[in-house]
Design a protein around this ligand. Structure first.
Ligand SMILES: Nc1ncnc2c1ncn2[C@@H]1O[C@H](COP(=O)(O)OP(=O)(O)OP(=O)(O)O)[C@@H](O)[C@H]1O
Ligand SMILES: [Mg+2]
Length: 254
């Protein structure tokens, strides 16, 4: 469905993505884990054509899309739910969903399955997007990406800042979409349990490279959680380090 080969990306002089290769398969959820700033969103933006790739190739549905502009990737069947949701706050829920149909002929209706999945969107159809709660906005952003019937759905940290009950609804929706067997899902996450429960395949990223990867069912035995905790712990330790060093330096020089 989606094949990435040796993908490299840089912002100015800083090399962000380093020779990434992986495949996202239809009927599966591929989860990409990685802590803050490792390059997860940059990878998704590269897949959507929102940032230029330096080298490598992206093949979707048998076609090379490496140099296609974003709107043509959407038209080709890639739905994208960006980090932070990015719904249109001044437009109603209905208008937001219709924006998701922009690549379809004018009178295409909003697919009923979006309302079956997230009934709250039906109830709040005429409310402004900006007046919805964070969790409802996330459901709206997913609904908008689903409106045009994508073959690949890309989600960037859908659980970020969202209450547990809505996280459960989103988890159910993602599982259901994958199980139709008609869609591939690429999910970026930092919420480990959510990622593990959904993963058919996992990738763990560190500084623009994959340091672990495998099948979802082996995640608990592969020690991914431990590695994840270690990295997060290391981060906390790094954050505390300047104070330790400054303290020692102060005593030494005094
Ligand atoms: N437009 C940009 N110009 C320059 N550097 C950028 C730009 N966008 C992101 N970066 C840098 O690239 C690196 C990767 O950022 P990215 O947003 O891909 O990380 P992330 O893994 O999605 O992090 P988070 O979990 O916090 O969302 C970071 O060091 C970030 O500061
Ligand atoms: Mg990000």
């Amino acid at each position: 469905m989606l094949t990435i080969e040796n993908l490299n990306q840089a912002y100015g002089g800083s090399h962000i993505l380093r020779g990434l290769s992986f495949e996202v398969k239809i009927g599966e959820v591929t989860t990409l884990l990685g802590r803050n700033g490792v390059g997860k969103t940059t990878l998704l933006k590269s897949l959507m054509g929102l940032v230029k790739t330096k080298s490598g190739s992206i093949t979707f549905d048998g076609k090379d899309i490496t140099h296609l502009p974003p709107h043509q990737r959407v038209k080709a069947g890639i739905g994208y739910v960006p980090q932070g949701r990015e719904i249109f706050p001044r437009l109603t829920v209905e208008e937001n969903l219709l924006m998701g149909l922009a690549t379809k002929p004018g009178n295409t209706p909003i697919p009923q399955r979006i309302f079956d999945m997230f009934p709250v969107l039906k109830q709040m159809m005429h409310r402004r997007g900006g007046d919805l709660s964070g969790g409802q906005q996330q459901q709206l952003a997913i609904g908008r990406a689903l409106a045009m019937g994508p073959k690949l759905l890309i989600l960037d940290e859908p659980t970020e800042g969202i209450q547990p009950s809505i996280i459960k609804d989103i988890e159910r929706a993602i599982r259901m979409l994958a199980e139709t067997g008609e869609m591939a899902i690429l999910l970026v996450e930092q919420y480990y349990d959510f990622a593990e429960s959904l993963a058919d395949q996992y990738l763990l990223m560190e500084r623009g490279e994959f340091i672990m990867r495998g099948r979802g069912e082996t995640m608990p035995h592969d020690g991914v959680r431990k590695r994840w905790r270690f990295d997060s712990g290391l981060l906390a330790w790094h954050a505390a380090l300047p104070f330790v060093v400054v303290g020692d330096g102060g005593f030494g020089s005094g």
